[in-house]
Design a protein around this ligand. Structure first.
Ligand SMILES: *[C@@H]1O[C@H](CO)[C@@H](O)[C@H](O)[C@H]1NC(C)=O
Ligand SMILES: *[C@@H]1O[C@H](CO)[C@@H](O)[C@H](O)[C@H]1NC(C)=O
Ligand SMILES: *[C@@H]1O[C@H](CO)[C@@H](O)[C@H](O)[C@H]1NC(C)=O
Length: 324
């Protein structure tokens, strides 16, 4: 019995030390106003300082996170009254954050907070860079993540609220995970305002500031397009005269030459158009050499072809002669 007890005592002592000193030394007041600020998955624990008069040593603080598996130390021996533990726990961990004051051998009681789990307890801020583009009677909404990188444990969805200015009625569209959206079926020439918030299964993020934009009617859209077209056309015309060598002049003279010049149908095009039997074609080329040396032979040539093809009756004659 006694050896077993002796073995147990060190184990018991090992469990107790953090709590024991406050019994052996005169106690210290515990930190007050303890809280965890967790914004966009950045976690900071804060408290009010513990004041002790007449001691040369500064009060220091110890911050822990109590998990099922035991106590994790987040900050030790710090004189500041806050502890940034963003990098010290995982987003899916759940545990009780706690803090105590220490001075020499004196320790305060632990101040223990309720369970904290980053993926549940963090505040998600408003989405960033929310813009509205007015396009042909519709409004195109675009925005970006409230912060980044977004850890895998946060599956962000977005809700978009919109309303006509000076109207009480708000509509909400669930955008799921999309960060662009088109609002249609809107009144034309009306001012609409949009707010977006991110949310997860557990968290509803903060609303963005409203952004407003006026819908353009189809007609104004067309007028704007028309103006842009005319503007581009005029700029193009002017640049043609300004560019060295006056390309417009060159182009015009080329068109003029083409209009004045002899019209020639390229021979390969002619061949394609007529597509006569190969035998006839050879006769045709011979006859062009013999009959005329003009360049503009093309269209006139069509008739000789027909004649020549009639002359291919020799086959017929031959047949006849064979029969006889
Ligand atoms: C904290 O301070 C105590 C004495 O004040 C020292 O023994 C201990 O090593 C320090 N711990 C760390 C992690 O600095
Ligand atoms: C974390 O959220 C849960 C559920 O909303 C809440 O009960 C708990 O008090 C929060 N923890 C902290 C430290 O605020
Ligand atoms: C998001 O909007 C839908 C309606 O489109 C609504 O049913 C849902 O409750 C909203 N989600 C949150 C977290 O507000």
């Amino acid at each position: 019995m006694q050896p077993a007890l002796l073995l147990l005592i060190p184990a018991l002592i090992a469990l107790l030390p953090p709590v024991l000193p406050s019994d052996t030394e005169p106690g210290l007041p515990a930190p007050s106003n303890v809280c965890v600020d967790s914004y966009n998955m950045k976690h900071i624990m804060r408290w009010d300082p513990v004041e002790v008069k007449g001691d040369p040593l500064p009060v220091i603080y110890r911050v822990g996170f109590e998990l099922y598996s035991g106590l994790r130390e987040l900050c030790v021996n710090i004189t500041e009254t806050e502890c940034d533990f963003t990098e010290k726990i995982f987003p899916f961990w759940r545990g009780r954050p706690m803090v105590r004051a220490e001075l020499g051998l004196r320790r305060s009681e632990w101040v223990v907070l309720p369970n904290f789990q980053p993926s549940i307890n963090t505040t998600i801020g408003p989405v960033k860079s929310l813009v509205l583009l007015s396009n042909s009677g519709k409004l195109i909404v675009e925005f970006s993540y409230p912060f980044s990188p977004i850890p895998d444990v946060l599956k962000l969805n977005y809700n978009l609220s919109y309303w006509k200015e000076n109207s009480e009625e708000k509509k909400t569209d669930n955008l799921h995970s999309s960060m662009t959206h088109v609002l249609d079926h809107l009144e034309s020439n009306a001012n609409y305002c949009v707010q977006v918030y991110a949310f997860t299964h557990f968290i509803k993020g903060l609303l963005s500031d409203p952004v407003c934009e006026t819908t353009a009617t189809d007609i104004t859209y067309k007028i704007v397009l028309g103006c842009i077209f005319v503007f581009v056309f005029i700029i193009g015309l002017i640049s043609l005269f300004i560019i060295p060598d006056k390309p417009l002049h060159l182009v015009l003279s080329r068109i003029k030459n083409w209009l004045d010049g002899p019209y020639r149908i390229p021979s390969h095009v002619l061949d394609y158009l007529e597509d006569p039997p190969p035998l006839v074609q050879t006769e045709c080329t011979q006859s062009t050499f013999e009959e005329d040396q003009y360049d503009h032979i093309s269209i006139v040539q069509l008739d000789p072809f027909l004649d020549v093809s009639k002359e291919t009756r020799p086959d017929h004659n031959q047949l006849g002669s064979e029969k006889t």
